[in-house]
Design a protein around this ligand. Structure first.
Ligand code: KG4
Ligand code: ZN
Length: 340
């Protein structure tokens, strides 16, 4: 069988979305994501509730993905699942389900690193901006990670820089919470920022050496700034909501892009990609394109459905591992702190 004919079932359950996808080669036949709304009222993901929701969702989501893809379980070449990093209980549900299915069907099992998968989502055929050339640099920005990665090949990646404290998505979510927005704050802030002035307020940038990032100072800076303003005007947030969102968003985008530009220049690599949940941010996407034009980069921006967590990227990463016969034994375990 040609590799392009292999059918892979991908399972993603690292955080609060249960997702199943079926790919034939690098073509998506189905990609379903069940969002867990249960966390909204708590202003963040509650791990115990997340694992329970995965347990409820996983069988129907997989069955629906298989039906939508129009394939049978016997058609599968392999089952790929997120081994880590992520929430312990959430990962366990996906791992146990995938192992059981692999055992029952006698089909190979493949473990996938969640952050590798975010990057490899660029190889999905219907990804909007085309398939990247190796080597390329990828800014991977999610709720748990912020990394600049040099990508030599599907299994050859090196972290050039990463956050020393909060991730970019975490910064969006935590600052949104301070402002009083709903969870997850990133997309809400993005929407509100559209009607605001990004230059209305300025926040000091962290001084971090090399290609590493820091976002906790920005969070504290916004908190102190708001405390001061609210003292003289208790309605400061309501009256400045759009400008506040636009200015915070601008600060996060500037921190990310300044380092990415240095990384591209230092490495001499001008194929540059974005990946992860925060790459759905409209200001980041447009600044990235603008930098690409100015610096002469070939840019790769993921389709929105492949930015945030999805199982299509897990199946895609699994497909690369299948080509290298990198299969996992049934004893394999999920790992919340899986090293890169
Ligand atoms: O990659 P992802 O779906 O999950 C993790 O692996 O963490 O990323 C989720 C993060 C959340 O912090 C969420 O607020 C952020 O991505 N996010 C956004 C946007 N859409 C999702 N942040 C800013 N603007 C957006 N449009
Ligand atoms: Zn993710």
């Amino acid at each position: 069988m040609e590799f392009s004919d292999h059918v892979i079932l991908g399972i993603e359950s690292s955080c609060d979305d249960t997702s199943a996808a079926v790919l034939r080669g690098n073509k998506v036949l189905a990609n379903l994501v069940a969002n867990q709304e249960v966390h909204e009222k708590y202003g963040g993901v509650v791990p115990e509730l997340a694992s329970r929701a995965h347990l409820r969702n996983i069988v129907p989501v997989v069955e629906l993905a298989m039906q939508k893809a129009g394939v049978t379980y016997q058609d599968l070449s392999a089952i790929a699942f997120t081994q880590g990093p992520g929430l312990s209980g959430s990962l366990l549900v996906g791992a146990s389900f995938s192992k059981s299915l692999s055992l029952a069907l006698g089909k190979p099992l493949i473990t996938v690193h969640h952050m590798y998968a975010h990057i490899l989502a660029h190889f999905i055929e219907d990804d909007a901006s085309g398939i990247p050339n190796f080597p390329f640099i990828c800014l991977t920005v999610s709720g748990g990670h912020t990394q600049i990665v040099r990508v030599q090949g599907p299994s050859e990646m090196e972290i050039l820089g990463q956050t020393r404290d909060d991730a970019a998505g975490e910064a969006f979510d935590k600052i949104s919470k301070i402002i009083g927005l709903s969870y997850p704050g990133g997309p809400v802030m993005d929407k509100l920022a559209k009607q605001g002035d990004p230059k209305a307020f300025s926040f000091s940038k962290p001084k971090v050496e090399g290609l590493d990032f820091s976002f906790s100072g920005l969070k504290t800076g916004v908190l102190y700034f708001l405390r001061r303003e609210i003292k003289s005007n208790p309605h400061f947030i309501e009256e400045n909501l759009h400008n506040l969102c636009a200015s915070v968003q601008q600060a996060i985008v500037d921190i990310l892009m300044d380092k990415l530009e240095i990384a591209a220049q230092q490495s001499g690599i001008n194929h540059v990609a974005l990946a992860g949940g925060v790459s759905a941010n409209s200001a980041l996407r447009s600044r990235f394109e603008q930098s690409g034009k100015e610096k002469g980069w070939t840019t790769y921006i993921p389709k929105l459905s492949y930015c945030t967590d999805n199982a299509a990227m897990i199946a895609m990463a699994g497909w690369f591992k299948l080509q290298n016969e990198a299969l996992a034994p049934l004893e394999v375990r999920s790992d919340p702190r899986l090293p890169f």
